[in-house]
Write a protein that binds this ligand. Sequence first.
Ligand code: ADP
Length: 214
Amino acid sequence: MIQIQLSERQEKIIDIVKYNQPITSENIAKKLKLTRATLRPDLALLTMAGILDARPKVGYFYTGKTNFSFIAEQIKGIKVADRKSVPIIVDEETSIYDGIVTMFLEDTSTIFVTSNGYLSGVVSRKDFLKSAIGGLNLNKTPIAVIMTRMPNIIVTTLEENILDAAIKLIDHEIDSLPVVEEVELEDRSKAYKVVGRITKTTITRLFVELAKNE
Ligand code: ADP
């Protein structure tokens, strides 16, 4: 559970613990002129949120964690595997024209390109626009001509946490990351199988869910 908005009383409890730790719930209650029973739900919430730490027979400690660091910890616990969506993939031989049609039909902003089933490139809306104003023959030119190619593709993996994936989107100013699994080919070289995608929409959706406390 994420409690973004703390009540006035909860803020007061945090202050009391901060300056009197370790302090028993009885003594917190005395300072607030309330009963222990009244405070129980607040203390339970603050402990669950990681803001206070309760040690049996000793009392409550302030952990130094804010609400925000609690949210950050929650986010870091979410793996790419939990959030990935279905990737839109075409083969390198696909024409630019068919790539554009795929982009419209699949309602996606990025297409991943494969060669022999392994990741070889990425094509975005701007790549298509550039090819169109550049006067290429869209029906005859393969998408491979305009894609950003390996090894310059920024990828994520199933085990990576969603915050690190989001940081990659921001740092590289891109909309989408292929989720990949590395495989070793017969000649011992490495290649990537595309198993999903993480996009700015993935992150926006998660942001809304966290805020709505779903
Ligand atoms: P748009 O074209 O809609 O602005 P992006 O910002 O995602 O989309 O793409 C900008 C450029 O970065 C394009 O040339 C695209 O090929 C490239 N690109 C997109 N995603 C990646 C990625 N994961 N790794 C490397 N390059 C990428």
